[in-house]
Ligand binder design. Structure first.
Ligand SMILES: [Zn+2]
Length: 141
């Protein structure tokens, strides 16, 4: 239930927990995975080497994900083609937690938990609209 006690943190399991309320019919269609973040600490910076792969799986604007990570981690960084470099030594666990919280905040439908969602604009509000069940909820971008 609580992941591997040896690592104390299981990325896949956190994602699974976020998905575990997906009704069966929908979960069959929307089984999805995100690549495990490939994180390396080098000197005084932390490199997320497969950032673009992770973002591709999320199907979100890469710059939004990048800015979210910087804000949440309270650091600055630079982007290269497929990877990002964060200033400071950021524990990989924290980066993974922030990616999971991004998924919960900006991707998963809070009604049926499906990840098939997209942003729509309504007046000045941005809504997250679920393609699976049609539910919407406001999101702050
Ligand atoms: Zn839904």
């Amino acid at each position: 239930m609580f992941g591997n006690p040896m690592t104390g943190f299981d990325y896949e399991e956190l994602l699974d927990r976020a998905r575990d309320r997906i009704p069966e019919g929908i979960s069959q269609r929307s089984r999805w995975t995100m690549p495990e973040p490939d994180i390396m600490i080098e000197g005084s910076q932390t490199i997320l080497r497969n950032f673009s792969d992770v973002v591709d799986a999320m199907d979100r604007d890469s710059n939004h994900v990048y800015q979210y990570l910087l804000n949440e981690l309270g650091t600055s960084g630079t982007r290269e083609q497929s990877r990002i470099m964060l200033k400071g030594r950021v524990p990989p666990k924290r980066i993974k937690e922030k990616l999971v919280s991004y998924v919960k905040t900006y991707i998963l439908c809070n009604q049926c938990r499906a990840p098939d969602t997209r942003f729509i604009k309504e007046d000045r509000t941005t809504l997250l609209k679920c393609q699976a069940c049609g539910a919407t909820r406001p999101v702050r971008l």
